[in-house]
Write a protein that binds this ligand. Sequence first.
Ligand SMILES: Cc1cc2nc3c(=O)[nH]c(=O)nc-3n(C[C@H](O)[C@H](O)[C@H](O)COP(=O)(O)OP(=O)(O)OC[C@H]3O[C@@H](n4cnc5c(N)ncnc54)[C@H](O)[C@@H]3O)c2cc1C
Length: 401
Amino acid sequence: MTVDQQDLDDFAKDADAWFREHVDPDPGFMLPLTFMEVGTDRQFEYLRDWQRRVWEAGYLGAAWPKEYGGGGLDPAFQKAATEAMRRHNGPIMLNAIGLNWTGPLLLDMGSPEQKRKYVKGILSAEDIWCQGFSEPENGSDLGNAQLKAVRDGDAYVLNGSKIWTTQGNYAKYMILLARTDPDAPNKYAGLSFFLSPMRIEGVETTPIRKLTGEYGFTQTFFTDARIPADCLMGEEGQGWLIAMRTLEYERGARGGQAGGYVLTPLDAFSILDLAGRARRDGAPALDDPVMRDKLVEFLIEAQGLNLCQQRVKTPALTQDRPMALPLASKLMWTEFARRLNEYAVTLTGAQGGYYVGDDNAVDNGLWARGYLNAFSATIGGGTSQIQRNIIAEHVLGLPKK
Ligand SMILES: Cc1cc2nc3c(=O)[nH]c(=O)nc-3n(C[C@H](O)[C@H](O)[C@H](O)COP(=O)(O)OP(=O)(O)OC[C@H]3O[C@@H](n4cnc5c(N)ncnc54)[C@H](O)[C@@H]3O)c2cc1C
């Protein structure tokens, strides 16, 4: 698709004006920093309404096909809209699992009926999606998932449990990895992938509280839950293949997401302001040469990571190891955000220990809360250790242990 530069410039200008007008700098209550921390109905309703309005204005799903609710435009338009959203500090997009991995997966591998049925509701936030991969005994070892799906006439009967189900209590649908053939020749071949309804008899969710004291995920129990047989995606036994493709979207190794962001963007430059006013032991924090040195290291690292993102788009720069940067990006960005948040708390010395709700907390506890929240992205979607294993095996070609 060729992009008319004038059209793109006009679109970007309109998007900038729209976000300037519509982002409310103070909704009057604390908004979640990431889609994994949507813990109250008030936050949920606010963010659902926000996503719908962004989509209706044409600034979400701009590059998804028109027939499924998208804008049918070149991805450059969505990029411009997301940049405007970021410039004006728009809240996160709520329906993260729908927008970032279920939607692209459906557009990529779904049947025409599945696309028609699900994609528009993902964009409008009418249909919230959750992900049922992890189980109490099988997280990193996803291929060992044990939740059973047994075919019975025109239905599958589900029994078992999933855990850490982000937005499980709000979701209408779940992408579900389940075992349809316990006797398959290997553990992967016995798995199937379902687009499964959540609001049916036999499905129950129990909220789980996090390090931050907030809620955001659930344990999900399936007890003789019957779902229509056409909830199966692909064929029986293709679950592992589809789950791996899903993880490529989740980890950002494959493009096609609807746009916007689902984690409050943090780059090193956003803590420059804090660094300028922070005090440790009664003196400006940046009087300390170690703290100053560290800040410069973070700024350099941030710039390096940004340039790496640009490099991905230039094939000549990545042809030796095409998957190196896509596979490394989740690891690099999530660990960077965790270290940067930690640094932000350290910058403010003893005062950094005060948390949200305490009058003494720096910036209402934003940094302390950000630090505790930053661990989630280093675990969800595969832990940093697992991501290192993947890079070792699939990029560097090291032998499996
Ligand atoms: C905030 C949050 C949201 C989440 N949301 C969802 C969701 O919506 N849906 C969902 O299905 N799951 C979700 N998860 C679960 C997440 O995917 C798992 O927690 C993760 O895959 C790790 O699995 P586990 O918790 O069972 O840990 P384990 O697999 O038990 O791992 C424990 C530790 O051992 C290490 N380890 C395990 N195996 C290896 C190995 N082979 N090599 C080196 N180290 C290893 C791990 O890195 C980790 O440090 C979420 C998790 C978090 C924190």
